[in-house]
Write a protein that binds this ligand. Structure first.
Ligand SMILES: C[S@@+](CC[C@H](N)C(=O)[O-])C[C@H]1O[C@@H](n2cnc3c(N)ncnc32)[C@H](O)[C@@H]1O
Length: 278
């Protein structure tokens, strides 16, 4: 089969298996197997593939059709223009979180800010901010040893190991000092909604997805803790779940935060909250 025929057959197979963006998935996997950039496939559509080239593709196509996330199969994910290692140890970073980072970047006034990323997972938020603000002092925290190991590997890969530190902490419990910015994409899905999730999401670690019965429990807890760790005028920036903004907005107001505002994601849904304290 030629490159083009393999792409067409794989795309058709993925469509039958209800894989979103079937053609894109097929291109990514074939490019990965051939060690090419995706765009380079277009230059060799007519080339016949050998059995040695096709064999590893079959396994990946099967796993993808069974719901294994594309990023796990590739071993990497693009986030804010950087390439991060991605595997079962932490949640696959989502495009909404790139938007959180962009919003946060636009709000950082002091390039030497002290920043903590709570629930850092693979480290994408902490490390993207580290790459953007070379003078900032950045800490990523997580309860998961596995996620922290992946974050450390990502820091080394991006040559940010000396500027972004990672420690184990339940929310801010092991964190000392005061920060200009506390940013968090904590788990915010209710355990009652498990049955509504896609097969792909169920490959994320449970601890990265589910918070409790309501879903917003950990975010509420962080809102409670953050004032002890924010410098005067410091900012809390949160990614939140659908339908959670009203209750969290009220809690921020009750806890004397100010300049509270929400932002929508690209689908027009409220997914981010920002507030200052002190
Ligand atoms: C939704 S994932 C986000 C990961 C990463 N920040 C991202 O945006 O891709 C939430 C992360 O919070 C961590 N986590 C869960 N409970 C936590 C807690 N009580 N304290 C700190 N981290 C927690 C999980 O291990 C997971 O890595």
């Amino acid at each position: 089969m030629t490159v083009l025929e393999v792409l067409q057959a794989t795309t058709a197979y993925f469509k039958k298996r209800n894989i979103e963006n079937a053609r894109l998935n097929a291109e990514h996997l074939l490019a990965h197997v051939l060690g090419r950039k995706r765009i380079e496939l277009y230059l060799e559509f007519e080339r016949e593939l050998t059995e040695t080239e096709l064999a590893p593709l079959r396994d990946l196509v099967k796993r993808r059709s069974e719901g294994e996330p594309l990023q796990h199969l590739l071993g990497t994910v693009e986030f804010c223009g950087l390439t991060f290692l991605c595997d079962r140890r932490a949640m696959v970073p989502r495009p909404e979180t790139e938007q959180l980072v962009e919003l946060v970047e636009s709000k950082i006034e002091n390039p030497k800010s002290r920043i903590v990323d709570v629930g850092t997972g693979s480290g994408v938020i902490a490390l993207s901010l580290g790459a953007k603000f070379p003078e900032a002092n950045i800490l990523g925290v997580d309860v998961s040893n596995e996620a922290l190991a992946l974050a450390e590997q990502n820091a080394a890969k991006l040559n940010l190991g000396s500027r972004v530190q990672f420690i184990k902490s339940r929310l801010l419990e092991n964190v000392d000092g005061e920060f200009d910015l506390i940013v968090a994409n904590l788990p915010y899905i209710s355990i009652r909604d498990r049955h509504t999730l896609s097969r792909e999401v169920l490959h994320d670690p449970e601890i990265a997805v589910f918070a409790g019965e309501r879903g917003d429990e950990l975010v509420h807890e962080l809102i409670d803790q953050a004032p002890t760790r924010l410098r005067p005028d410091g900012m809390l920036a949160l990614e939140i779940g659908l339908g959670q903004s009203e209750a969290l907005f009220s809690t921020l107001a009750e806890k004397n935060y100010r300049d509270i505002c929400s932002k929508n994601d690209y689908n027009g849904l409220i997914r981010f909250l920002f507030a200052r304290y002190g």
